[in-house]
Design a protein around this ligand. Structure first.
Ligand code: SAH
Length: 221
């Protein structure tokens, strides 16, 4: 990825005041957040708000998560640089661009054709070469490139989709918001052979995961 972008001062301030101050200290992650140009992933008229401490709407009823939530979920994936990673819910492509800095390969799945295409174009314009954007139902994972050392779901699931656990590599981590329409718990799953350990992190609020293992339109419109 190209590494010099405008809004550098805003990115540094975002990292020190929103991320480090709240207890995230992974140096590789903080450095990647100082580099990835978040403003290029939001609609033009919102670029000046891209580094603020809140989520932003990106069209089609979807949002780019608050920077701190992106950082927290990424830290929970425990990436060292060698991993094959799956993201479910490409949205703007920002999370995928960050993962691309921290892992070897990234597969990201988005159900909206337009969002997938837009994210692809933005990532290409930045010369990000290790992300593949796929259009489809990511609640079923992306078996073609499995297994994954880390899987991140950036939409709220009613329960953890079984295919995502199946597609985890030995020792792999899955980070996913699970709960109801109003609030979800960030869950962290880890594979140990045929077994999985699970723990809860903080409460979060995401847009719904749709599809076969997600929310039905009737249950959450
Ligand atoms: N990670 C994104 C934010 C995602 S918002 C970013 O960095 O900007 C959640 C996204 O999940 C939305 O774009 C929504 O369309 C998508 N989504 C919802 N259900 C999905 C499914 N079953 N498969 C793939 N994407 C899905």
């Amino acid at each position: 990825m190209k590494t010099r972008w405008s809004f550098e001062k805003e990115r540094r301030l975002m990292v020190s005041s929103q991320i480090e101050r709240r207890g995230i200290h992974d140096a590789r992650l903080l450095n990647a957040m100082r580099i990835v140009p978040r403003h290029l992933f939001v609609p033009k008229e919102k670029q000046s708000l891209a580094y603020e401490d809140f989520p932003l709407s990106i069209g089609h009823g979807q949002t780019i998560s608050q920077p701190f939530i992106v950082a927290l979920m990424t830290e929970l994936l425990e990436l060292s640089g060698k991993e094959n990673v799956l993201e479910v819910g490409t949205g703007s492509g920002y999370q995928a661009a960050l993962l691309a800095q921290l892992a070897a390969t990234v597969h990201t799945v988005e159900r909206h054709v337009e969002l997938a295409q837009h994210a692809r174009e933005v990532l290409q314009s930045m010369e990000v070469e290790n992300v593949s954007v796929h259009q489809g139902d990511g609640s079923e994972g992306w078996p073609q490139a499995a297994p994954y050392d880390a899987i991140i779901v950036t939409a709220a699931a009613p329960r953890t989709p079984a295919p995502l656990l199946d597609q985890l590599a030995e020792g792999g981590r899955l980070v996913i918001p699970v709960g109801d329409r109003f609030m979800q718990d960030l869950q962290v799953w880890k594979r140990h052979g045929a077994e999985f350990s699970t723990r809860k992190n903080i409460p979060v609020a995401f847009v719904p995961l749709r599809g076969k293992y997600g929310w039905d339109e009737k249950e959450w419109h």
